[in-house]
Design a binder for this molecule. Structure first.
Ligand code: INI
Length: 178
């Protein structure tokens, strides 16, 4: 099979996944479609490392620890928080979303928020379904997009990006003496 340049680039990427066990019928689907998405885009199975945590509340620490190793180009977080009759939902959503955002900023590594926060089980099920919303596949794609964005930004600091194309217009480069 002939690979596109993007797939060739993705083949060398190392991706960490943190998936919550809570609401396993949903998070299992998110995980399998995320893995399928990474594979479709050319990421090798051997370069994908999955850890399972009890629930969404535990995702930030595991994601931050993974990202801080600098052994991963991106970390994907997968979970499903479904509203019940108590404010528990709000505390877990808030801790997971803030914690994941903070972990990405601390590590300087893309950490993707693939955590569903829904009112009902049915909403979560259709968001995890690869034939419907396919949020697991979306998370895979967002991770690869963000790796590409960070590489583009890093290349802006040097005269040429990986493909040899200058990112800054020549006029701007000259003005800055590059
Ligand atoms: N964890 C989830 O991932 N989703 C939920 O819907 C959920 N609810 O509803 O309680 C949930 N709770 C567990 C929580 O994430 C922690 O694992 C637990 O509190 C231990 O710290």
């Amino acid at each position: 099979m002939k690979l596109s340049p993007k797939s060739r680039a993705a083949a060398g990427l190392r991706i960490g996944i943190v998936a919550a066990k809570f609401n396993q019928s949903v998070t299992g689907k998110l995980l399998s479609s995320c893995l399928a998405g990474l594979s479709k885009h050319g990421v090798k199975d051997a370069n994908i490392h999955v850890v399972r945590v009890p629930g969404a509340f535990e995702i930030p620490l595991a994601a931050r620890t993974m990202a801080m190793t600098k052994r991963f180009d991106a970390v994907i977080c997968l979970g499903a928080v479904i509203r019940g009759d108590t404010p528990h939902f709000d505390y877990i959503c808030s801790a997971a979303s803030r914690g994941i955002a903070q972990a990405a900023l601390d590590a300087g590594v893309p950490i993707i928020f693939g955590v569903l926060t829904t009112e009902t089980v049915a909403q979560a099920v259709e968001r995890a379904d690869p034939e419907k919303f396919d949020r697991g596949g979306d998370a895979a794609k967002s991770a690869l997009d963000m790796v590409h964005v960070l590489r583009q930004i890093a290349a802006m600091a040097s005269p040429a990006d990986e493909s040899g194309v200058t990112l800054l217009p020549k006029r701007v480069s000259r003005r800055h003496g590059r």
